[in-house]
Write a protein that binds this ligand. Sequence first.
Ligand code: NAD
Length: 494
Amino acid sequence: GKVMIETTAKVQAFIGQSHIPFYSNGAWVTGSTGKSMTVENPADKSRLATISEALASDAEQAIEGAHAAFSSWQETSPAERAALLRKLADLCERDAEELSQLEALDVGKPVENARGFDVPFGIECLRYFADLCEKEEFETPLTLDGMKQARKVRLPYGVVGFIFPWNFPLTLCQWGIAPALAAGNTVVVKPSEVTPLSTLYLAKLAEEAGFPAGVINVLPGEGPEVGSVFTQHPKVRFVSFTGSSRVGRLIGEACGANLKPVKLELGGKGASILCDDANISAAAAGLAGAITLNTGQVCCTATRWIVHESVASEFIEQVKAELDKVLIKAGMNEDSQMGPLVSERQLNTVNGYIQQGQEQGAEIVYGGQPLSDAERSGYYVCPTLLMGSEENICFREEVFGPVAYITTFKDDADALRQVNSLDYGLANSVWTTNNDRAISIAKKMVSGNSWVNAHNVFAYGLPYGACSASGMGGGVNSRETMLDYTRNLSIAEP
Ligand code: NAD
């Protein structure tokens, strides 16, 4: 097989710094207390980098800077903002290999996946919102009876505080900040303390692109320490959170108490209905891919496989054969198809769920045992399929690993009941060769996204949102997202 790739000189220089400072108000800052955090390589548990840790006081300073920058940033034209977003996209393209390697090293994901999806899709996001803001009518004159003049204006909020998780650090950050910046807001970003590297590198590129000081700020630190400043500080006018439903609820409560608008993109427990008339081999390949993608650490992925009883045994045989083929290796191997989990904590969580699932009576259909290859000194786990009743914890709770839970059904009504029996509402899919049946089922699965004969489908212009315990606030990736980061002002003279 192919060998482990070498890190580029730019990556070595970036992670080789004694401390990677954070980026606040146009300056690279070591922090008031000089505290640092170690970033770990999940493939071998080695120290990957050391970063300066931002504390609450650092967040307050960054917010002041972002607030000051807003006064001139809000006056820029959409064309000026678009030009900067495009310049940032070009620099991400120039350093695509660096960004891909940082994602592979820090998250553990296969570098080929970062090269093929995370990095190019994030670049496309920057360009998409650059184009959109140029086309948008932020100010519309109205002709109304009895009015001498009237107009409706869409204005940016001001400083937006962003909090991101560790599974797609770069792409999620771009999904978040591109529409907010395009609409004329300034941003303070708290990446996950587990995976801060690509976001800090993005800040370097933003500086090089020429974003004015204070428009983009990146402060890695502990969630409650930095994140609570976002929800409390009066100069943060909007909070955008991507992460678990547990923390999302805390953020929503705090924003509610302060009457602060909030966007929440939270956890999921995606279901996939496999009908008796489905293309079984396509479904087996697609669903094996869905749980191994990013080592299953994908909020919207298919983790409950609800299979028609007449095709269950054929499907299970095929999906096992698909999982047998998956090359599990450190992400820096070019032929890796699945890397380790992101951290020891995540490994313990996933193993704990598998164990509890078994204790509650689920049968292990595939995997289940630890991977004990001597070469694998990192946080590896075997893809695992469990099967059993709907009461099982592995059917009901988000595991966030390469784990799926299989149940069977007799008729579509029963399948839909199973899909909709949880409070999550992020994404589901249906596999059938009958399109009328597909669309009918797609409309009845309660969530933000229903995919047909595929799982994990994204495109700019296709809103990616959620309902129920999976989030609120309109989602991402469409024109509406950019407008979500604006408030309405009506101007009128009778
Ligand atoms: P998490 O909720 O533990 O952490 C997310 C972020 O919140 C981190 O930056 C963390 O430091 C911060 N945080 C933690 N406690 C906080 C607090 N009390 N106040 C403020 N901030 C706090 O989630 P995670 O483990 O990093 O990520 C996995 C979760 O993210 C999964 O549930 C997954 O489904 C979800 N997710 C959702 C989407 C989506 O678009 N809906 C996308 C990716 C991940």
